[in-house]
Design a protein around this ligand. Structure first.
Ligand code: ME8
Length: 513
């Protein structure tokens, strides 16, 4: 079976990882894990974008070489992946020989086909954005928008890629294909293409920028960083080798909204088209996290960096929050008070409480193994019916990228399980001498355990560590394929349950009132 190939953007190696990087990797990981639970072979790529002016400048500031600089940054990003339990199969760095080789091969092929030509550029250049800017972008008072930083006028020979030649093709392609998710983002691309696009300057003279991949046909130049970076998606899976078709075309490039236009939705499809290579199947574009975190750092001294939350609360608490609070495509707000409310409400009092209640009682009453459910009352039937509904709903949500709603549905079920526990009150039934109560007692624990197992299996793409832990506590190995995991059954009968466990300890810090 051809693999499901999914990628994140490759992060700029000019600083430390931040919440945006964490959330994009988490989102991509949720999809990758979901697919694996569906039995689909997955190839998941993430990595680092290591060339360009910003890296060269950051290295200069530190007084070290750019290579040394990126070598120091790389472990930070790998540590982020490890900390968040990201299941990437590969980690590409654009300074790796496997990548440079493919970039040069692409450039040479395009040059040989006449798709790249030499011209002269006179214009304004933004160092911060590593791009030329046009008069059109000047503000009414003649200055440049702040995002560009310092803008200087330069004249230099450069190489150009014939982007404009493909504009009509791209417009037509977008007219006939769903390429960008969510749909409103594709409309933004179409809107962008209503104005004529220019050819793309894909070189930088070495006297201005040395830190890049040398053009194979002119050693006085290096490659523009975007032209280099985009190719990571193909260089990592063996472009120009026999292996390439095992993964390519990619199923999703997961990216933020800031790098859709023009990089991923215009440059990249046209580069591939000009090379005669199929396009990826889609661009999955997420919104941005905004931090009401300025406030956060003041109110709770120790949680300045949102990633420190993963240290303090566990990676799954952060993964849960990021997935629960972002409607993919829309922006979201990172607010520590909301984080705490989710942690305490959904995780500690919801899932965590269910686990500790169950294990407390099984530990006391059934240390030799979980009993079976021999009664089938209204409460049990209602729960089973709710599970059927939850399963159908959450599967559709996972498939439709509505992960926040999938979680909402699963937690409605978790709440129902806790309510069931309160209604059946097994802690009271345990004290009764009647045979009927004994049967109900056993049934209630078996029902809680099976419900917990199902909720856990459904949460596995989002909270993989916690779910494997709960599965072990239920006497199972890790969560497997969903075709085997999501039906209400009796497989837990006789399993020896684990010791009472607090999955989500109450935090020591308090949210500000
Ligand atoms: O753009 N919320 O790298 P990058 C959500 N190297 N996502 C965010 C975010 C936020 N606050 N801030 C950044 C680059 N991101 C290029 C990509 S790909 C061939 C080259 C996302 O480190 C951003 O949208 O600036 C992007 O998808 C990713 O983090 C890397 O951003």
């Amino acid at each position: 079976m051809k693999c499901f190939y999914i990628t994140t953007a490759i992060d700029y190696a000019n600083g430390s990882p931040h919440l945006g990087h964490a959330s994009e990797k988490t989102l991509t990981d949720v999809i990758a894990r979901y697919k694996r639970h569906m039995g689909v072979p997955v190839h998941f790529l993430t990595g680092l974008d290591e060339h360009g002016t910003k890296v060269q400048q950051s290295a200069e500031k530190k007084g070290i070489s750019p290579q040394q600089f990126v070598d120091e940054v790389e472990p930070l990003f790998r540590a982020l992946c490890a900390k968040l339990n990201i299941s990437n199969d590969d980690f590409i760095r654009t300074t790796q020989p496997r990548h440079k080789k493919v970039v040069q091969e692409c450039l040479q092929r395009l040059f040989d086909k006449g798709e790249i030509y030499k011209g002269e550029y006179k214009g304004y250049y933004s160092v911060r954005q590593e791009q030329f800017v046009t008069e059109k972008e000047r503000l009414p008072d003649g200055s440049w928008p702040e995002v560009y930083g310092a803008v200087t006028e330069i004249v230099e020979p450069n190489y150009y890629f014939r982007l404009s030649k493909y504009q009509d093709w791209l417009v037509d392609f977008l007219d006939h294909n769903d390429f960008v998710f969510p749909k409103f983002r594709q409309k933004q691309v179409v809107e962008f293409l209503k104005d004529p696009i220019n050819d793309l300057c894909i070189s930088r003279p070495k006297n201005r920028l040395e830190w890049g991949i040398e053009l194979p046909f002119d050693s006085n130049f290096v490659t523009y960083v975007w032209f280099d970076a985009l190719i990571n998606y193909t260089s990592a899976v063996g472009m120009f080798t026999d292996k390439f078709e095992e993964c390519w075309p990619a199923n999703w490039h997961v990216i933020g909204k800031d790098i859709l236009v023009p990089a991923h939705a215009v440059y990249w499809p046209i580069m591939l088209k000009a090379l005669g290579v199929p396009l990826p199947k889609g661009l999955l574009v997420h919104g941005w996290w905004h931090l009401s975190g300025q406030k956060m750092s003041k109110s709770v001294g120790n949680i300045v960096d949102p990633l420190a939350i993963a240290d303090q609360f566990g990676p799954d608490a952060l993964r849960y929050f990021l997935t629960r609070e972002m409607n993919v495509g829309q922006d979201a707000d990172f607010n520590f008070d909301v984080f705490l409310a989710r942690y305490n409400g959904d995780l500690a009092n919801g899932l965590g409480n269910l686990v500790s209640r169950l294990l407390n009682m099984t530990g006391k009453s059934f240390p030799e193994g979980l009993p079976g459910a021999s009664a089938d009352g209204n409460l049990e039937r209602d729960l089973k019916a709710l599970w059927e509904e939850t399963r159908t709903g959450m599967l559709a949500c996972y498939e439709g990228m509505a992960f926040h709603t999938a979680l909402e549905k699963i937690f409605v079920f978790v709440t129902a399980l806790n309510r069931y526990a309160e209604q059946r009150a097994p802690w009271k039934l345990a004290k009764s001498k009647s045979d009927d109560d004994r049967i109900l007692f056993e049934t209630s624990l078996a029902t809680m355990a099976e419900g917990l197992r199902l909720a856990t299996a459904a949460l596995a793409p989002v909270m993989p560590g916690t779910c494997d832990r709960v599965y072990k506590l239920l006497g199972l190995s890790e969560v497997g394929l969903w075709k085997d995991e999501l039906s209400w059954g009796t497989r837990l009968k006789g399993n020896v349950m684990g010791q009472k466990t607090i999955l989500f300890p109450k935090p020591e810090i308090k949210a500000e009132a």
